[in-house]
Design a protein around this ligand. Structure first.
Ligand SMILES: [Zn+2]
Length: 410
């Protein structure tokens, strides 16, 4: 009996040891995000000259097949199984007119460690566009380097495949590495993919989207996290992981500032009911959709920290178990505070049934600065008089603490 107990203890302590080793491995990989390898991917993609999806090649073929083959081969080299999903798309574009052409989406698959039918998607669009005004319309330029928009997002996705292989860690959910075609013509590739997943009944845990994540002034690194109303539980986790594991300050836009959530591939997934989150540089590139969007304008140190954020998100949602979790809020959070950082006021939304509730504001020394009772799910707190700095906001429902969140006053 004693011996059996000893064996059980040994097995338990070994498995505990392995679990913490997994977390350690996660952290060891953070500084391995490599600015040079990210830059090389951006240069490779730029070297295609154009990634406009209706581009005609010298041999008469149209479109981004070669770009898709390049992305697939890069993923392949890191042990990801790849296929190219090609399909004919027909429609009418607001300035391009009627079209009928092939799209090429890349799908990379990394199988899980054990049985799981759940999928975590990391995606970015592989196409690019550069335009200039032409009368009342726009003309597509022959050269579409698309370094920031969106070679940067593809570079992060490929970097994740490299890091996972290097880590030796295996996910417990399937990871799909997706590169979408024809995003710039109205999310054509991602709508096609989300529709297929919805038809098949794919169990998607989360779609992580990166679109324009490398242009940023060196004195103010911020990453805007556009959110979707069906995935409010994802947002605070993403903000927390960005805060904790990168040198970038996460920016959570207010409802009014969140309009661009509809401007990239993650929106396609949210319209089919899948959860998604969309990261984009806070200071917007001045070269957007021009032929000046070149590799030299990107900030690769910033991009390597965006890659850290992605690694933390992937680890949290595809690798970690409750005992190896890195995010504080694994359960569905009961409230949301935005914008954060904020200048004049904070919007506070709580889950149904939580109101009335009390909001207390503290400085970092723990001194209570204000208290306010809210009667409605959506409250507003004026912080215009507060000096700039970091504060803690505590939400109470009766005597119960609903949550505490750090807020930044600019
Ligand atoms: Zn884009």
């Amino acid at each position: 009996m004693k011996r059996i107990l000893f064996l059980i203890t040994l097995v338990l302590s070994c498995s505990m040891g392995r679990l913490s080793a997994q977390m350690e491995r996660f952290e060891e990989m953070l500084p391995m995000m490599n600015a040079d390898s990210l830059r090389q991917t951006v240069l490779d993609l730029q070297s295609f000259g154009t990634r406009f999806w209706l581009h005609e090649h010298e041999n008469g073929r149209v479109g981004n097949l070669r770009v898709a083959e390049y992305v697939a081969s890069r993923l392949n080299a890191y042990g990801v199984q790849t296929s190219i999903d090609s399909s004919l798309q027909e429609g009418n574009h607001w300035f391009g007119g009627p079209y009928s052409s092939m799209i090429y989406n890349v799908q990379g698959v990394m199988e899980p460690d054990g049985p799981s039918d759940s999928i975590v998607i990391i995606g970015a669009h592989l196409d690019a566009i550069a335009t200039q005004p032409s009368g009342s319309s726009l003309m597509v330029l022959p050269n579409c380097p698309g370094a920031d928009d969106n070679a940067s997002g593809i570079a992060v996705m490929i970097e994740m495949a490299r890091i996972i292989q290097l880590s030796g860690l295996r996910p417990h959910h399937t990871i799909h590495f997706m590169a979408y075609d024809a995003e710039e013509y109205g999310l054509i590739g991602s709508v096609h993919d989300a529709w297929q997943r919805s038809e098949r009944g794919d169990k998607v845990v989360l779609m992580i989207n990166n679109d324009m994540v490398s242009y940023q002034p060196d004195d103010d690194w911020q990453l805007c996290l556009h959110w979707y109303s069906n995935a409010l539980d994802i947002l605070p986790v993403a903000a927390e992981l960005c805060e904790q594991y990168t040198d970038i300050t996460p920016f959570v836009p207010s409802d009014a500032e969140n309009g661009n959530a509809r401007a990239s591939d993650s929106y396609a997934y949210s319209t089919y009911g899948f959860k998604a989150i969309f990261a984009i540089e806070k200071t917007f590139s001045l070269s957007y959709h021009t032929d000046h969007d070149v590799a030299d304008s990107n900030n690769y140190d910033y991009l390597s920290h965006v890659a850290r954020y992605n690694w933390a998100m992937l680890y949290h949602y595809a690798f970690a178990t409750p005992t190896t979790s890195i995010g504080g809020q694994t359960a569905t959070p009961q409230f949301l505070v935005y914008p954060n950082p904020a200048t004049s006021s904070l919007q506070i939304s709580v889950a149904d049934g939580t109101h009335p509730y009390t909001v207390q504001l503290f400085d970092l020394c723990g001194k209570q600065l204000s208290t306010q009772t809210m009667d409605h799910e959506n409250g507003n707190m004026d912080i215009s008089e507060l000096p700039s700095g970091i504060y803690l906001l505590k939400i109470l429902s009766g005597n119960r603490t609903v949550g505490v969140q750090k807020v930044v006053k600019k």
